[in-house]
Ligand binder design. Sequence first.
Ligand code: HEM
Ligand SMILES: Cc1cc2nc3c(=O)[nH]c(=O)nc-3n(C[C@H](O)[C@H](O)[C@H](O)COP(=O)(O)O)c2cc1C
Length: 383
Amino acid sequence: MSFSLEEVASHNKPTSCWVIIAQQVYDVTDFLLEHPGGSSIILKYAGCDATRAYEPIHPKDALEKHLPKSKHLGAVDTEAAQKLKEAEVNRQKTKDEVRVEKAMKERPLLSRILSLNDMEAVAKRILPFKVYSFYSAGADDEITLDQNSRAYSRFFFNPRVMKPVSNCDTSISILGFKSSLPIFVCGAALAKLGHPLGEVNITRACGKAKLSQMISTHCSCSYSEIADAALPDQPLFFQLYKSSNDAKAAMLIEEVERLGYKSIWLTVDLASLGNRERDVKSGWVLEDQESGVPPVYVEEVAKGGEESVNFFGTSSPVVALDDRDMTWEKTIPWLRSVTKLPIVLKGIQCVEDVVLAAEAGVDGILLSNHGGASTLLDCCAAA
Ligand code: HEM
Ligand SMILES: Cc1cc2nc3c(=O)[nH]c(=O)nc-3n(C[C@H](O)[C@H](O)[C@H](O)COP(=O)(O)O)c2cc1C
């Protein structure tokens, strides 16, 4: 079955909502309320082509996994496909896209980027404004974000000399897996926003460097693509945002266990999303930059605009359907009952909770305040 653009466009309401993704037509009416980001994000594209918004965020298999087959209605017809292609070719680039294209051409060679600070400065130049805001924003006044990096300058080495060092071994073992350095790659959502190869690229790098990698529940490549990119003996850990629906969470764990992931890192510091103001603001800051004229706010403009403001930014969907009522007594035994993998709690921040974690019998903890980025509170102690 194939559809014209006009036919798709007539399904542009919450009561009948179709979208086009990669020239395929989907009926997402029933899915609206299940979408992790809520319905309003999808409704923005109701009756339209959502490909450009959809592809950099969602794993390849998201539609197949979450929409019943019957909701994949068919493809657009030949004329519609042609029109969509033309619209994409003729689309006027935004100022931010033009800026990014220029910055990409002028970016330094990788071999000249010597430190994380250098890398961050390049990222700020070459990433789209909204993406950089999402990747870098901290909660509230970003005091914890700032303190996390400052903490490194509060501690000093007392170097000892006259020791043999020609044969140093920097490797350690993390949950029984050898790592060439005492670091690993932490789980982070949406890598494809920064590079089209997304998490898979990082997996390949970890394979070469012999490092472990934790994969976010909200990675933008599929869990299986990432598993396929890993070398046979390369450990992948899975970061779990636990759904409030236990059965769904158990299915997810079963899936990654089957794919060969080696441990479950339950994130416990995100019962609610932090107030990431730079991320929230980035949408309207960008709109003002694009319009090129100083914004003029009048009552009429503000009206109606107020309700549509997304107060959580790009991260908003991340915790929308997550379990906000996890407890030591309930959640850890439940997790043990659904997996044999080692369990690590990610986001422990005080001694009292370390003790409770040990009593609960977990296999490890990750001392972390989520980078001062997304936790509910700013002003948490540096971690
Ligand atoms: C069918 C059409 C869909 C459309 C048009 C759509 C659109 C979007 C958009 C535009 C965002 C970004 C929100 C933002 O920038 O603030 C988003 C986020 C998200 N969507 Fe969808 N979506 C669709 C289907 C799905 C499906 C099937 C899933 C699978 C569960 C899904 C899961 C998510 C998740 C988890 C996020 C948050 C980003 C992340 O952490 O990965 N979406 N969606
Ligand atoms: C862009 C970005 C995305 C992140 N996504 C996730 C995520 O999906 N799940 C999660 O548990 N933590 C996520 N984090 C937090 C990191 O895993 C990590 O806790 C943070 O970068 C601070 O490092 P630390 O825990 O070593 O202090 C994200 C961090 C950033 C910067």
